[in-house]
Design a protein around this ligand. Structure first.
Ligand SMILES: Nc1ccn([C@@H]2O[C@H](COP(=O)(O)O)[C@@H](O)[C@H]2O)c(=O)n1
Ligand code: CDI
Length: 218
């Protein structure tokens, strides 16, 4: 669906059951989106201990990681994020709330036995307020590479009642490939609805699971 059609769909949908515009995999399925970037992660020169883990890990040839994230949708006044389409809801998050990127970052940290995303990028730290989550991805890639690993493969499951995101998968995949410096043959994105049940199905949240492997980069 073209973005103009999505916009129309969004407005029409808002009249019935409004949903948020959001950023997933670096893509906003919908069009009108005012991204706020108030912080950036320095991946090269940081002296922050949390950002630069230094303990040794075992160099096993294959590591597996799982990541999960869920973000609440709420009225814009409460969400406070100008990422709305349909004019009613926003995504409640400290950063930009990209559930795909957050899940991938956590899968990478998990595979490396490192502290999780919320420990590294604390949601009380003003540096991450409204932060573009691609910065978290770039940082996770740097950490992974520093430990001598590269992406094995990534399988993403985005759980989102609507809109349908099939036509946006190539752009999301391209972002992931570029940020993690891997190849298209190693990244897959799936999407499911939540069959209209629970918070995801009732358009009160969206969530994501990621499973991925890391390979020792020889
Ligand atoms: N936001 C979404 C949700 C689903 N899809 C695609 O639709 C198929 C059917 O989903 P169900 O949850 O109803 O089984 C699914 O396999 C996806 O291909 C989508 O594109 N965007
Ligand atoms: C990314 C961080 C940090 O800004 O905040 P949120 O955007 O709220 O995202 P979440 O996935 O809940 O957890 C990790 C947080 O520490």
């Amino acid at each position: 669906m073209k973005s103009s059609s999505f916009l129309l769909y969004s407005i029409l949908s808002a009249a019935v059951v409004p949903y948020a515009a959001f950023v997933v995999g670096g893509v906003t399925p919908g069009g009108r989106y005012l991204r706020t970037i108030t912080a950036a992660v320095s991946t090269g020169t940081g002296t922050d201990d949390l950002l630069r883990p230094s303990y040794a890990i075992e160099k096993i040839p294959l590591r597996i990681g799982h990541g999960f994230d869920i973000h609440r949708m709420a009225p814009l006044a409460e969400a406070g994020q100008p990422v709305v389409i349909g004019g009613v809801l926003g995504v409640v998050a400290h950063s930009d709330g990209d559930v795909i990127y957050h899940s991938i970052v956590d899968a990478i940290f998990g595979a490396l036995t490192l502290p999780d995303i919320g420990q590294v990028f604390q949601d009380t730290d003003p540096r991450w307020k409204g932060c573009d989550s691609s910065k978290f991805m770039e940082h996770a890639h740097t950490v992974m590479a520093d430990y001598g690993y590269k992406v094995g493969n990534i399988d993403v499951t985005l759980i989102l009642e609507r809109p349908k995101v099939a036509s946006f998968k190539p752009a999301m995949k391209k972002n992931i490939v570029n940020l993690l410096q891997t190849t298209p043959g190693r990244v897959n994105i799936k999407a499911r609805t939540h069959e209209r049940v629970d918070s995801v199905g009732e358009l009160r949240s969206l969530s994501c699971h990621v499973v991925m492997t890391l390979e020792l980069d020889t």
